[in-house]
Design a protein around this ligand. Structure first.
Ligand SMILES: Cc1cc2nc3c(=O)[nH]c(=O)nc-3n(C[C@H](O)[C@H](O)[C@H](O)COP(=O)(O)OP(=O)(O)OC[C@H]3O[C@@H](n4cnc5c(N)ncnc54)[C@H](O)[C@@H]3O)c2cc1C
Length: 316
């Protein structure tokens, strides 16, 4: 059977797209590999009506609500490839089978490339955080660190001061701090450490100190750090156009540069959050449904009249 849409990825973006497409009566297959970006986080904040929910519980409720729509199927499987096929796409699944689809929605999220600092991975998501809106409230007024591996994160240090005035920036020896930036940090009361970090020390998932290359330990309870990200391999293989920061380029309808392939969520933007991803998924789902309905209407018109459908109407 050919699905109308195969959604690759069952995070907030994919789940909300499935909901819209399901309500649009489309035949949908949502495939999820079970590796969400926020896997290390115990709670998810900032999602209206769901503030503080454990991420697995969010996905469980979303999936439960999708069961109301028998035209939506959810499978726990990794999509291995997506190839053009017969005017649509052939999708290879983790169990060795293939399915066909008229459209594809990429909602795979991004891959965080965690730095190779001992202790970092163990504390990621519990006291090493990427976003103050997600986790800042719970740790407000504690001693913060900011790992700045790029000069743009020097500004980020003054942003996180909105949650605690006690902030130290760690450049980890990655770039020379310009004198005017050094002076700015000084006047804002932001500490600056330019030595390399040897390790993060913590207990039971709680950061206690940042150890520098010479053995100095700087007591910190929280480290904000936005590690570099990369696209999942499936996305790079598809050849969809990326912007200069490496995110999938989409138009306001969620369409990528490859006809028939849409994208939504983290993989399209640096503005990453669950509610933003869910919203983008809803838009992409609705627009996919719209496009499929128009395509079907054109086909029915041509079958009935033998004529080419008139050009689409545009607003005045
Ligand atoms: C540690 C941490 C904590 C966070 N905390 C918060 C928070 O409190 N509040 C908030 O709003 N945001 C938070 N975020 C950000 C939030 O998790 C993301 O913005 C959001 O999950 C993005 O949704 P998404 O659907 O685009 O991608 P994801 O949630 O990453 O979902 C993508 C899905 O695609 C699947 N997938 C990947 N490859 C394949 C494949 N080949 N085949 C099939 N499936 C595949 C994965 O299994 C995954 O489930 C946090 C992020 C991190 C890293």
């Amino acid at each position: 059977m050919a699905y109308d849409v195969v959604i690759v990825g069952g995070g907030p973006a994919g789940l909300n797209a499935a909901l819209y497409l399901g309500r649009g009566r489309k035949a949908v297959l949502l495939c999820d590999a079970g590796t969400p970006r926020n896997a290390a986080a115990t709670h998810m904040h900032g999602f209206g009506s769901r503030d503080g929910i454990p991420p697995p519980e969010f996905r469980r409720i979303s999936r439960e609500q999708l069961q109301h729509y028998p035209n939506v199927e959810v499978r726990d499987t990794r999509v291995g490839s997506v190839e053009p096929h017969d005017g649509g796409f052939r999708v290879a699944l983790g169990d060795g089978t293939t399915v066909d689809a008229r459209r594809i929605l990429l909602a795979l999220g991004m891959v965080d490339v965690l730095p190779d600092i001992p202790g970092y991975r163990e504390l990621w998501g519990t006291t090493v955080f990427q976003c103050p809106y997600c986790h800042g409230w719970e740790v407000q007024d504690q001693p913060f660190g900011v790992l700045a591996t790029d000069p743009m994160f020097l500004d980020f240090a003054s942003v996180v001061q909105g949650w605690s005035r006690d902030v130290t920036v760690f450049t980890h020896g990655t770039f020379p701090v310009p004198p005017e930036q050094r002076e700015r940090l000084h006047h804002l009361g932001i500490g600056l450490e330019e030595r390399k970090i040897r390790a993060l020390h913590g207990k039971d998932g709680h950061l206690e100190a940042v150890e520098l290359e010479d053995g100095t330990r700087v007591p910190r309870r929280v480290l904000f750090s936005a590690p570099p990200q990369r696209q999942p391999e499936l996305v790079t293989k598809l050849g969809v156009a990326l912007d200069e920061q490496g995110f999938v380029k989409v138009n306001p309808l969620g369409e990528t540069s490859v006809p028939g392939i849409s994208a939504a969520g983290d993989l399209t933007t640096r503005l990453q959050g669950a509610v933003m991803a869910a919203s983008a998924g809803a838009v992409a789902g609705a627009m996919l449904n719209h496009g499929l309905l128009m395509e079907d209407a054109d086909r029915r018109y041509t079958a009935a009249t033998g004529k080419t459908p008139p050009a689409r109407l545009k607003p005045h």
